[in-house]
Design a protein around this ligand. Structure first.
Ligand code: G3P
Ligand code: CA
Length: 293
């Protein structure tokens, strides 16, 4: 009886391993990123190089790429007429001249058409030298970031519609998609099985939350560095996920994130993080790669 149980367990383990390996083979981007991150954490430019440039603009994305960031993060919404545009807030008030332009406050992204959003200036609020920057579309953002890896954070908009847009642009195997809304993530995964997906979170990483993440079909976990404990980082990697933390801007925290085994580190200061990576300051402890998820 014991022998039978042992063989059954062995068969289950082999099946799980084969399944994970098969899934990894279907996501070459995930395998590539995990490999590059094995020696030293990869640099994610948060909303581009947003310490230096107006966030979520083409100027910020080009700067992050020029700095050497391997991954560039940005936020997306859908406009009233279904276009995908890049913005962090659900209103245009903070990062564009929408209040002056429309003569009122709380100008929501999803109440404007793409043509209306294109009338706005998304650079001037950070200085006259950035005047003329517009709110980018998803398509032009991807073009500005490739061949680095775009990390698309869904803030608003439909899962099926985003999968369709990425399919139309033929980029599903070249981008990362992530969201705080895990139900949305599960819907997106049902639409698209090969895309690399990240589950974002910021609260305490309880066992229940980790279990919930497992139901989403995510490939990596992207957590707030202010709440992530050493034990959480270990648990995430033991479950087979890559680990990313946001938003880290200080040298001491950069080095701490690498020492805790983070595969990717999201920062507003990609130039500094790239410099540290090149200097060998982001070396990670030896650990088995979980890229078989
Ligand atoms: O990608 C992680 C980070 O961007 C999540 O926070 O508010 O900056 O979108 P937020
Ligand atoms: Ca974001």
């Amino acid at each position: 009886m014991l022998k039978f149980r042992h063989s059954l367990l062995q068969a289950l383990l082999v099946t799980t391993f084969v399944m994970h390996a098969a899934v990894a083979q279907q996501k070459p981007l995930l395998t590539k990123l995990a490999k590059e991150a094995a020696a030293a954490s990869l640099v994610v430019g948060h909303r581009g190089a947003s310490e230096k440039c107006p966030e979520n603009t083409l100027a910020a994305f080009r700067e992050a790429v020029a700095n050497g960031a391997q991954i560039v993060e940005f936020d997306v919404y859908q406009t009233k007429d279904g276009a995908w545009v890049v913005m962090h807030d659900d209103t245009c008030d903070r990062t564009t001249d929408a209040v002056a332009h429309f003569g009122r406050k709380k100008v929501r992204v999803d109440e404007l058409t793409l043509a209306q959003i294109r009338e706005l200036d998304a650079g001037k609020w950070r200085g006259e030298e950035f005047a003329g920057e517009h709110v980018p579309t998803l398509a032009e953002t991807l073009e500005a970031i490739f061949p680095a890896c775009p990390m698309i954070e869904r803030k608003g908009g439909d899962a099926k519609a985003l999968a369709e847009e990425l399919r139309r642009l033929k980029v599903l195997d070249r981008v990362i998609v992530q969201a705080f809304d895990w139900e949305w993530l599960t819907k997106f995964r049902a639409e698209e099985s090969h895309c690399v997906l990240g589950a974002l979170g910021g609260k305490d990483l309880t066992a229940d939350r980790l279990k919930e993440i497992q139901g989403t079909g995510a490939d990596f976990v992207h957590w707030d560095h202010k709440t992530l404990r050493v034990e959480d980082a270990q648990a995430i990697r033991q479950k087979g996920y890559l680990l990313c933390v946001y938003t880290v801007d200080l040298d001491m925290a950069f080095v701490g994130a690498a020492a805790m085994g983070c595969d990717f580190i999201t920062t507003n200061r990609p130039a500094r993080l790239v410099e540290l990576r090149r200097n060998g300051a982001l070396r990670r402890p030896a650990q088995p790669s979980p890229a078989g998820k």
